[in-house]
Ligand binder design. Sequence first.
Ligand SMILES: Nc1ncnc2c1ncn2[C@@H]1O[C@H](COP(=O)(O)OP(=O)(O)O)[C@@H](O)[C@H]1O
Ligand SMILES: [Mg+2]
Length: 363
Amino acid sequence: MSALQLNDVYKSYGETEVIHGIDLEIDEGEFIVFVGPSGCGKSTLLRMIAGLESITAGELQIGGERVNEMPPSQRGIAMVFQSYALYPHMTVYDNMAFGMRIAKASPEEIDRRVRSASEILQLNEYLTRLPKALSGGQRQRVAIGRAICRDPKVFLFDEPLSNLDAALRVATRIEIAKLKESMPETTMIYVTHDQVEAMTLADRIVVLSAGYLEQVGAPIDLYERPANLFVAQFIGSPAMNIVSATLAKAGKISTVRLASGNEVKVPIATDKELEGTAVSLGFRPEDMTLITGKAKALIEGPLSLVESLGEVTNLYFDLEGTPDPLVAKTPGTGDFKRGEHVKFTADPDKMHLFGADGRTLLR
Ligand SMILES: Nc1ncnc2c1ncn2[C@@H]1O[C@H](COP(=O)(O)OP(=O)(O)O)[C@@H](O)[C@H]1O
Ligand SMILES: [Mg+2]
């Protein structure tokens, strides 16, 4: 039995439909990450699961039981938000204990749960402090601790790290990864627009766009086998390069012709009827190789921007007939100059082909 199930779930605010029929099954103990651009419906979906928003149509099941009409407090769910609203005049201990005191739990039970949560989150030495004496990351850990104390079956996070600065984000992300390990039976749904959080934390990622579910899969699956152009360009950073091309020859191996006339044989099978039609060829910045001298390039153009990150350098260059610059990742630093002509090959085994409808032509 799945921990949580969405069956053809819709949400409208007044006349405006924002979630357009989502089907999703989540197993007990799974760590699921919802990703997608701002406004795609991540928070709405999470709030519907929590019971903070009504479900316009469709069904939500928790533990096999329909819960559409069940109030939030009875769903066995705890939620952590972006802003960690702690009570400023209460100690860390009291902040974590507050909900249980309201629920009239015994002092022994409260103490046991607070100690266990603060153990998991390494908050032991801060229990007597007030929130103002904590860093942003520690405060967010207290908010998470408060949720743990409720012993939820399902744990929901809505962009819990987005108010933290870069270093704290990394540290707190690692805490959340440990939290997941220490609560293997608890199902977790985590909303983020951060690639790295999604890739590193998720058992499965759910990619949303404009209220539609684009693809569900393990992080590496989405990276290696995106179902369509949207997922291909959303997962991976910098985004996958997409170039307009023609399917010159269909077959078990497809010959793809670029606007430049350059051709590449890609080990992807295509139907004869697609021969001569427009396709999009995709290849990731990390699957490209810089070439020098007389060697034949697949793509080339003038460098428009050099981004040196230390361990890698991103080279942006203009390809004739393509509006957006392409980008290649090269290891290390290098001596590159804007305007310089650069040439690349790309690994055909790692290329992707998309039909005119944006769907991936499968290997
Ligand atoms: N209370 C509301 N009333 C009307 N529209 C809303 C409300 N909340 C969210 N929306 C709309 O629903 C869509 C999804 O929003 P949201 O779930 O917050 O997106 P995300 O969390 O992915 O950024 C957006 O178009 C947003 O404007
Ligand atoms: Mg949101």
